[in-house]
Design a protein around this ligand. Sequence first.
Ligand code: HEC
Ligand code: HEC
Length: 375
Amino acid sequence: MNEKIISAALSLLLITACQPATEDLVASETSAYRSGPTNVFLSAKGLGNLQESNAYLTAVGANPLTYTLAEWKRTNLGAAPVVTSLYQNLTELGFWREMTCSRGIGRGAGGCAVTNWTAPNEPARGVANQGTVAMTLSREGVVQFYVFLPDGKISPTAILDQEGPKFAPRLCIVCHSGNASNPGVKTDFGSIFREFDPSALREPPGVPRAEAEAEWRALNRVAQDANRLVRGEAEGAPAGTDHARESLIDRINVVYLSGTEPVPDSWSADGAVTVNLWKGLVAPYCMACHRHNALDFRLYPRFQFLKRQANLAKYLPFGPPSDTQAMPQAARSFDLLSRDTVAKAAVDAWLRGPACVAGQPCSLSQLAESGLTRR
Ligand code: HEC
Ligand code: HEC
């Protein structure tokens, strides 16, 4: 509780100091959501604290007082060939991102680092960046997370939305999958490398789309190969790792094999209203995280319980604020959704339908009791 209050106060302070330039970012209404910049977003895996973050950094070999991005690059990239791209992530983060990955990532070799900017011309203008985040695979095949301040010093927190700094690695695993019960001691959360989804990315002005897509294809190959080397449950990884890994490998295949993801059978079997919900809400706003995390929405019965007492609405930006966790968990997506009238109509139509279907789980606890469970 204390921790929450301190974090909220800290965010308030930093928000006034570090309000991102709005030039290229959608103006955010989310900091006013639920009366103030509390940690509504990117908090589903807990808020963490300084001690925990520092213990994690120490455990992964990064001295929390002295480690730098220069050292990270020397160790993990060195003179090896790299794949790079500058693009904007339109759906989850909003930043312009300068991505560098080693051409191959092995266990204990290579990695990716991405520097965030608010506009595409900033890297060339010598403007201060918004920080750098990085990932490696340990010798054991465990994904490791690092955050660096604009000046290159290691940091326990990252600022990825208007709510202000939040502690890594918990912050990271909201989108990169995994569970962190005690990150300073047990550093394998079952996390994965994320896909470069062309439909979510924008190329910088002056760069031909085809050229940018070729870069993302190369980055996807790196991410996919890295995920194949993430240690699985048979090697001692936590439950959920195999599912997350396979979901991401599959996702990257789908991006290139068919472009758009087909409506899953269990969703289409429920009829047009449910298909519209998949297309209007779930695919564009939920699946970025809910294909690899503990609640894989590709199976409709894992979603259906949200109809009961209109529970779905309590997470979304359409109705009055509630105590429920905000979904989507990324402020950027939440903002976009709040303006999306097609998504809202799909939600309203779905919630008007019959609440519970005989033989189907009707609440989160029933879901747990049914053979389906999470995942
Ligand atoms: C809101 C969701 C979100 C959060 C939170 C997040 N990431 Fe990511 N990250 C992504 C997405 C999506 C990609 C794929 C590339 C892109 O779209 O920019 C990615 C890609 C990356 C990559 C390139 C390798 C890869 O996975 O493809 C690194 C490195 C990275 N993130 C580090 C971090 C670290 C470290 C943190 C925590 C401080 C973090 N990220 C938190 C969404 C997120
Ligand atoms: C940026 C990532 C992200 C996005 C996007 C996202 N979620 Fe989530 N969601 C999470 C995480 C992380 C959890 C915790 C899951 C776990 O237990 O591992 C979660 C949990 C949930 C839960 C269970 C909450 C509980 O009480 O246990 C529901 C319901 C949910 N999400 C609905 C949605 C819906 C609906 C959408 C799309 C409108 C959505 N989410 C989009 C990250 C996300």
